[in-house]
Write a protein that binds this ligand. Sequence first.
Ligand code: S3P
Length: 164
Amino acid sequence: MRNIVLIGFMGTGKSTVGKRLAQSLSWNFVDTDCEIGEVTSLSVSEIFRRHGETRFRSEESIVVTRLSQQEQLVIATGGGTVLNPLNLSALAKNGIVIALHASLEAILSRIGHKNDRPLLKGPREAIEKLWSERQNVYVQADYIVDTSQKNVDEVVKEILLLLE
Ligand code: S3P
């Protein structure tokens, strides 16, 4: 059984939705950021701070290669994982790719003050630029689900319907 891969910008709900979706299907859930954390024993922000984004991206690709070889997983990727076309093709080869979309307003209000994401620390204009540049990548998914106005249950239900 192919994996279900959630892609999309930070704060679109990939991890929250992924966990709930995995529960509904009785599949295992994995989050690429958590896997990187386990392998390196560092949090994402520590890797960025101590070793830089390049090192983070290389750890991310190693994790993606490993997870792409497994089956029946719900995989929540990091927002930048599929910027590397090799990551996207590895994930897509063995998985259905679903992009979670959300408006920038919805994302910023969800993230609020609890923001430890290194790439969301800049001014709003910089975040907006990143968000709009990345939409071209996320549209390569098999399906796109807008999570802006929906709760977790509604998003999971919509994904389950897509998979029927
Ligand atoms: C990133 C998103 C983060 C994490 C890292 C880089 C990105 O994951 O992988 O901070 O480039 O968009 P989430 O999308 O789970 O926040």
